[in-house]
Design a protein around this ligand. Sequence first.
Ligand code: AMP
Length: 284
Amino acid sequence: MSVPIIREPAALRAMTAGWRRAGEAIGVVPTMGALHDGHLSLVAAAKQRADRVIVTIFVNPKQFNNPDDLKNYPRTEEEDARKLERFGVDAIWAPEGDIMYPPGFSTNVSVAGLTDVLCGAYRPGHFDGVATVVTKLFRQTAADFAFFGEKDFQQLQVVRRLSRDLDLGVEVVGCPTIREIDGLAMSSRNLLLSDRARVKAPRLHEVMEEIAAGLAAGRPMPELVPPALLALEKADFLKVDYLELRSCNTLALLESPREPARLFAAAYLAGVRLIDNIDIPVRG
Ligand code: AMP
């Protein structure tokens, strides 16, 4: 059955009010569209946990720090709606830009600390844009649960903190990263890779796994990073924003995994910025 696409806040409110009156729990899956199996795994998790599921599709201008990136971002709404049919999604919330941000919009939600590092350091304003739109999406959808991918681990932690700090009453559920067979983390941005670049892209994850093996053998990051950067350069990742081990909870920098940790990377391949992160088991 086709999924209703809702563009007016009043229509969405009427729908969610009915569900809440009936005591049904609402799950929301925020996305920017160009849906792939990573997004769909969040939808499947939401269907298991909530009685009603809303998928939001909104390419949020506030979280793009680069106008070309916003302009080139893939938009495939019709196909997205078709992909969601077989999941029994109850509604797609896809407001226009001026509905989300009416003229005079002047409020900003900012999460301190967690956003100073990693992507926050390289994409000024990005996490304020995410935090602002997520706050609005949580309110608009009256959600009880929200599903986010570990693919964007820093975002997941920022949204968890935001929901707690502002008493939004939304339980934020993290879902594992879904990968292509060759290890590349699925991402809407992968559509922007040329065939040649696509062949090289899995090298990022491979190099991260090589670092993980080194950490498991007791070698510290300062020893493991230089050869990893060389390997990435050889694979045409000409600019690496970061390749860092950090605490899962605080995102503080670590040399070795003495507490729950993740390895984070962001690098440019043929002009496309790819990010990835993997879990690193605690050692010693
Ligand atoms: P986006 O459309 O890129 O803003 O992503 C929407 C949601 O899907 C975010 O919570 C992402 O973390 C999640 N997501 C994107 N790619 C993946 C993936 N490969 N595996 C799991 N979740 C993902």
